[in-house]
Ligand binder design. Structure first.
Ligand SMILES: NC(=O)c1ccc[n+]([C@@H]2O[C@H](COP(=O)([O-])OP(=O)(O)OC[C@H]3O[C@@H](n4cnc5c(N)ncnc54)[C@H](O)[C@@H]3O)[C@@H](O)[C@H]2O)c1
Length: 341
């Protein structure tokens, strides 16, 4: 197959947004979605591509070297975008070893299979999709940039940092054209309801308590998933192998301020009296090792990749609330058995 792009984790939140944006910007390019369909992934996220002759789905695990090799041989991609991961910090705290298996062993398996498949070819790209969480936490001031040291503090962020180091090592040792992206917190449609924004939206819709860790003062830097996906495409097309790129939209927000805004948007959308959902906010025991603040300086990506975020935060958040209101069947399919009663 000529010039295919293989996307791991394509049935998840960011992966499926990336497939949609790739199809829009590169309509004729063959796309291969590679995903193990864990609890976090769903074929419904890729439903628009079911009849697309240039889209192929491979149901397989990145830790399965034979399956990875078979996909590379069958589709011969020139680009690999690696998003498959166990992505939830709380789950990584509860069960860290599975996270290490997928995020570290899975990345090593993929890198090595790709290295053998591409050999000396250099018209290729391996984009390692990582997170700003590898930098650890900030105090009240400062921002992460490409020179910030890796100081991960959770099993999730440590596993992502390990994967980034592997991608860097495969570049310097074997010449594999790897590029690393590190993005802030994403929001948008199709994010699993266990994550902060959709958790608050779905609970506010149901009139349930809205649990906020600690005092809610932890700060995150938010970006719409489509802006992140466009940045990944820019890195794929214009990034320099061996480089890393920080991606952010300059939208810092405390968790409490975010939850209050979501509560208000849900009340407005449902025509409920102002303050109804805010009254459901409950402060709960803090997450162990909860990072205080993240903030990203994305100047390198903006200047060298001709990329910038386009989605206005207020408009994006309000569209996201509407999406969850209109897609209750999608949410119901992701409800954990324990939540079902
Ligand atoms: N969500 C964010 O805010 C954010 C921010 C920065 C970076 N990232 C990174 O972006 C990537 C995607 O994140 P997301 O939020 O879309 O995650 P997600 O949990 O929504 O999706 C992960 C996808 O990976 C698949 N997957 C899991 N284990 C797999 C395995 N062993 N083999 C093949 N597929 C497997 C799942 O089925 C799912 O479709 C991750 O690497 C994450 O670290 C996420």
């Amino acid at each position: 197959m000529r010039d295919a792009i293989l996307i791991t984790g394509a049935a998840g939140f960011i992966g499926s947004a990336l497939v949609r944006r790739l199809r829009r910007s590169l309509p004729t390019r063959p796309l291969v979605s590679f995903d193990a369909l864990t609890y976090a992934g769903g074929l419904d996220n890729l439903a628009p591509f079911e009849d697309d002759p240039r889209h192929h789905f491979v149901h397989a695990d990145v830790t399965d070297a034979n399956a990875v090799r078979a996909a590379l041989e069958r589709f011969d991609p020139t680009v690999v975008m690696h998003l498959a991961a166990e992505s939830h910090v709380d789950r990584s705290i509860g069960a860290p070893l599975g996270v290490v298996q997928t995020n570290v062993q899975g990345t090593a398996t993929l890198l090595d299979a790709v290295r053998h498949h591409w050999g000396a070819r250099r018209d290729t790209r391996f984009v390692m999709v990582s997170t700003d969480e590898v930098f650890g936490q900030l105090g009240a001031t400062g921002r992460f940039d490409e020179g910030s040291p890796l100081r991960p503090r959770s099993p999730y962020s440590a596993s992502k940092a390990a994967a980034d180091l592997l991608a860097g090592a495969w570049h310097s040792t074997y010449g594999l054209p790897t590029l690393i992206t590190r993005c802030g917190n994403n929001y948008g449609p199709r994010q699993h309801p266990e994550k902060l924004v959709p958790l608050m939206i779905t609970r506010a819709i149901a009139g349930e308590p809205l649990p906020v860790y600690g005092t809610g003062e932890n700060v995150r830097d938010w970006i719409h998933v489509d802006d992140h996906a466009d940045a990944l495409i820019a890195v794929m097309q214009r990034g320099r192998p061996g480089e890393s790129y920080c991606i952010g939209a300059d939208r810092e927000q405390s968790n409490l301020a975010l939850v209050e805004r979501i509560a208000d948007l849900v009340d407005e959308a449902l025509g409920r009296p102002a303050g109804t959902a805010r009254a459901c906010i409950r402060f709960v025991d803090d997450r162990p090792g909860h990072d205080q603040r993240y903030a990203i300086d994305s100047a390198r990506a903006r200047v060298t990749l001709d990329w910038r975020p386009r989605v206005d935060f207020e408009a994006g958040l309000s569209d996201t609330v509407r999406w969850y209101l209109e897609n209750s069947a999608w949410c119901a399919r992701r409800r954990r058995p324990a939540d079902a009663s």
